[in-house]
Each structure stands twice: as C-alpha cells, then as structure tokens.
Design a protein around this ligand. Structure first.
Ligand SMILES: Cc1ncc(COP(=O)(O)O)c(C=O)c1O
Length: 390
C-alpha cells in the first residue's frame, strides 16, 4: 500500500518560496565557479588534531553547548574583538553557521514576526525565516550594493530582527563602520535584534578594513554574532561554527540546538581548538591566494564589454552584472550548456536579477576557462554595457 503524504506547512512554505538550488557535483568536463567553499584542503595541524582526538577516545557525546575549552577560547577571541566581554555561557557551538543561524532564528522568530533582510543576500536567511513562520522583508540596496538606509529605516519599524552577512555573500562588498553605526542609530530604543553573519570576516582585501558589529557600541546589547570555521580554515565539510550574543537569546538558541542536534562531534570540536591555536599565517596565505585570483578574474571580466563586476572588497565572490535581456536563471542554464556552472543572481533577491555570482575560490586554469566561456557566451547574447555601475 502506498500512503498519502503531505509535507508540513513549514516545509511547504519553504518549498514555495525558496530560491536555493539543490547543488550536486559539477557534470564531468564542466568548470564550476558555483560553490561557496575554499578550494584548499583543511590545513594539516587541524586534521592532525582531529585524528589524535579520535585515537585518544574523543568519540563520545560532548557538552551540548560546545566543549567548555572551545567556548572559553571563542569567548576570549570575541572579547578581544569588540566592545564587550563574553563569557563561555554566551557562546553556543553549532554544526556550521547554518545550524547557528537556524537555532537563533528558530529561537527568536515566530508566526507573523517581520525579519528584515537587506538584499541581495545569502539565500538561507529567508528560508529559515519561512521555516519559523516569520515574514522575510527583503530590502533593496543602494546602487553601490551598500545599504539604502532610508529604505532600511522604513522597513525596520516594528521588526523582530535584521539579518545580514558582512562581508556580503553574494556581492563581495564590506559594510563600513559608518553603516553599522547608522544601523545602531536607527534601532535605538527598539527591541529589534541584529543577527550579524560574519562568515567571511578574515577574507577581506587591502586597503579595505573590516569592522565587526561586535565593535559598534550602539549595537552591543542587541547583536547576535554568527561565525563559522568553514571559510576561514577551509573546513566546510567538518560542520562547525558558533553563535554568541545576549545570554537569554543564546539560552533560547541552545534549547533549539540541543532539541534538533544534541552535541556537535567531539573530535571536530578538538580540531576547532587546534584551528584557533595554530599559527594564523595559514589563513593569511589562503587569503593572499584568493586576492591573486580575484585580480585574475576581475582582469578577465574587465575585457568582456557586456559585463561588469562590483568591487570585491571581501569574500571570494564576484557579483557580475550583465547586459542581456534574459533572467539570470536562463543565463545560468545556458552557461551550464556551454560548460560553466555559476549561480543565478535572482537566488539572492530581486535586486540580484541581471547578475550572476562567480566564486574565485578555484584554480587559475578554471578561472581562465570560465572567463573564456563567459566572453564567448555574452558576445553572442548581449550588447556591450555603456557604463559601469561602480
Ligand atoms: C554568508 C554565509 N553564512 C553562512 C554560510 C554557511 O556556512 P557553514 O558552512 O558554516 O554552514 C555560508 C556558506 O556559504 C555563507 O556564505
């Protein structure tokens, strides 16, 4: 007998609204600049720490909020970074930023709650808000892809939360200290929470400097900080990240986390301790390599008259505007036919339409082949752009 199954209303809401594609491996022979992950393997000292931990018997359930030694190390790191001190109880270790974001949004957002999401933005946020029964309020950017503060001010009235990534996936822009201060001003005397996803905080290119929301006095009591080891330490497959913030919010997030997940893998948490303790030049070397590859990609894009990229101050993404009268989902489908896999700008919000996102965390040969395909494709479908947006 076959049973009749209808997904829950929560799943149905996400299924109806989500723009996130199910990503599989790239077809043989295709070049992929689609995935949001470092192309480096995890540095050896981190792998070694996990291996040693497993052999030493770190194979049991761990503290559900995270190993105390890891949370203490993270709290010390955050205290050094911002305008307030953190204790270990204000840090929750999660299965990547994904689960940290999910725990916080599920813990804070209920039916009817409005959550402001400046777009274009990482497409997970709206899905999580939908899952929680809240209302995602997408706010378009200014022409340089930074926040349009007037639009934000208007949208934030009565909002439960604002969530954003800084540096921004997909645009590669880095929000400035002044933007963050302005946000603090807008939110003064409200109970609106700020969920600041800083997954790419170290992947920032000179002369841009990064300022965390943790360093903004006017945001100090309302900010929930979200971080991951995925990008910084090339640890996407290990699934470890964390959130930190006001005690009551973290306690609520912890309840969601232990209900959904229990504890994070013990040996992975030991490896995370090793990542924090190891010589951080391993990270600098990876960032230097991303910078070189950013320059290579942007040089090649500059020679394609039908496209233009925003300045890439952080992340390993270039958000490329194209001059062709066809939706980004069609463009990505046609590029796939031509052997190049990229992400459609529309995935990241209405303002992402007319764009594609390229990841340059790829080897230079792949970047070169991708640029050749883009050049050929856009020459065949689009007139040259007359002016650049930035
Ligand atoms: C802005 C942003 N936040 C969070 C994540 C999720 O990271 P994690 O691997 O830690 O779940 C990503 C991954 O692409 C991201 O781009």
């Amino acid at each position: 007998m076959t049973i009749s199954f209808t997904p829950s209303a929560a799943v149905d809401r996400v299924a109806r609204t989500s723009k996130r594609p199910a990503m599989g491996p790239a077809p043989a022979g295709a070049v992929s600049l689609a995935m949001g992950e470092p192309d480096f393997d995890t540095p050896a000292p981190i792998v070694h720490a996990a291996e040693t931990a497993l052999r030493a018997g770190e194979t049991h359930y761990a503290d559900q909020n995270g190993l105390p030694r890891l949370r203490e190390a993270l709290a010390a790191k955050l205290s050094a970074q911002g305008v307030r001190d953190f204790g270990a109880s204000e840090v929750l270790v999660s299965h990547g930023a994904t689960a940290g974001l999910a725990a916080v949004i599920t813990a804070a957002v209920g039916p009817g709650d409005r959550v402001v999401i400046p777009e274009p933005c990482y497409s997970l946020y709206a899905d999580l808000v939908q899952l929680a029964g809240g209302e995602p309020v997408l706010v378009p950017p200014a022409s340089d892809m930074h926040w349009d503060l007037d639009k934000l001010r208007h949208a934030l009235v009565g909002a439960k939360m604002i969530v954003f990534s800084n540096p921004c996936n997909p645009t590669g822009i880095v929000h400035t200290q002044n933007e963050l201060i302005a946000l603090g001003e807008i939110l003064k005397d409200t109970d609106t929470l700020v969920l600041s996803d800083e997954a790419y905080d170290v992947i920032v290119y000179e002369p841009t400097t990064f300022v965390s929301a943790l360093a903004i006095e006017s945001l100090r009591d309302r900010t929930i900080y979200c971080q991951t080891l995925s990008k910084t330490y090339a640890m996407t497959g290990w699934r470890i990240g964390y959130v930190a913030g006001p005690t009551d919010v973290i306690a609520a997030a912890s309840r969601v986390h232990r209900t959904f997940n229990g504890s994070v893998n013990s040996s992975v948490q030991v490896a995370a301790c090793a990542a924090l303790e190891t010589d951080q030049r391993i990270v600098d070397d990876m960032v230097a390599s991303y910078r070189d590859r950013r320059d290579l990609l942007l040089d090649r894009l500059a020679a394609i008259p039908q496209v233009t990229s925003y300045d890439v101050d952080g992340t390993f993404y270039s958000f490329v505007r194209y001059n062709a009268d066809r939706p980004s989902e069609h463009v990505t489908a046609e590029l796939r036919e031509a052997g190049l896999i990229v992400r459609a700008g529309a995935e990241y919000g209405p303002s992402g339409e007319g764009h594609i996102r390229l990841s340059f965390a790829a080897d230079s040969t792949s970047i070169g082949r991708a640029a050749d395909i883009l050049q050929q494709y856009f020459a065949s479908v689009a007139p040259a752009l007359e002016s650049s947006p930035v």
